[in-house]
Write a protein that binds this ligand. Structure first.
Ligand SMILES: [Mg+2]
Length: 213
């Protein structure tokens, strides 16, 4: 028998809240700019609301405008903190599986800054697939689910924190045969998809090892 060393299954990594602690940076900045009437720490705000758009006292024109600017600010991407231990375990996962791409709902206009950031922390080299600039009408999770489906079965797994990818897109549930390592989650949501909840990066590594090596 010949050993095919290039026959590793292909995987994709999400970026925000999977590798990059993007929401932490946004919350810290927005506390300074738009107030913190509940006197919560940034971590407590994330615990309570998860995303900045769910924070009631930041639901105003100025705050939304700031977020909008930030999303399109390529240089800002280089400032974002990392998710704990991502830079240690993501490369280990990419030794077991073939990292084909980073699949992100970030805008295509911030791919350069995103790449600089990934390179600086020596994340494995792979194409960054971002949401097309002109596509304003499709919700991020829907765009990503469709993209993921179009890349399967070539890409058979993704590490992603977005529960909406699993829950709100019926089309994925009926058609996607791959695996979603659901980052930052402890329990498996109700779904027919092959979802493996992984609370943190060591858990992703253990789950991937168990399944593929
Ligand atoms: Mg994410």
């Amino acid at each position: 028998m010949t050993t095919h060393t290039n026959a590793k299954p292909n995987i994709a990594f999400d970026i925000d809240e999977t590798l990059s602690n993007t929401v932490l940076y946004y919350v810290q900045e927005m506390q300074k700019r738009f107030g913190n009437p509940e006197f919560l720490s940034a971590e407590e705000i994330i615990q309570k609301y998860r995303y900045t758009q769910h924070v009631p006292y930041w639901n105003n024109e100025k705050a939304r405008e700031w977020v909008h600017q930030a999303i399109y600010n390529d240089e800002l991407q280089e400032k974002l903190p990392l998710i704990q231990q991502a830079e240690v375990y993501a490369p280990k996962v990419a030794e077991i599986l073939n990292l084909t791409c980073y699949l992100t709902i970030r805008q295509e206009s911030v791919v350069l800054g995103t790449k600089k950031r990934l390179d600086k922390h020596q994340f494995p080299e792979a194409q960054i697939i971002a949401k097309p600039f002109l596509d304003n009408d499709t919700a991020g999770s829907v765009w990503k689910a469709k993209k993921l489906l179009s890349l399967s079965p070539k890409i058979e797994a993704i590490v992603d924190d977005n529960l909406a990818l699993v829950q709100t897109f019926d089309y994925l549930e009926t058609n996607y045969q791959g695996t979603i390592f659901l980052f930052g989650h402890e329990t498996k949501p109700k779904t027919h998809l092959d979802v493996v909840p992984c609370l943190n990066w060591p858990a992703v590594y253990e789950a991937v090892k168990e399944r593929y090596s």
